[in-house]
Design a binder for this molecule. Sequence first.
Ligand SMILES: [Zn+2]
Length: 95
Amino acid sequence: MRNILGSISTIKNFMGNAGRNTCNEYLYNALLNAIESMEMDVAMKPIEDSCEEKTHYKCKCEYIFLTKYSDGHRMGNKPNYCERCGQAIDWSQVG
Ligand SMILES: [Zn+2]
């Protein structure tokens, strides 16, 4: 099984130890891209944004997945991935 969090941590440590200089600029940028892609695969909980009448569940990119109204009405759904930015979403804490 892939250990994405472990790999991200290993790469970040490596980058910290190696430092950044003109000789490794391409490798450094490639590693930054790799980390960014890997972090998109680590499911994050949707961000809750609520007022009295409704609660939005949204992505870090502000895309709104689901809105729950205080009267019980719902709009939207619970996608596994954000359709705008591709971030993996963890809905395990949302009823
Ligand atoms: Zn998004």
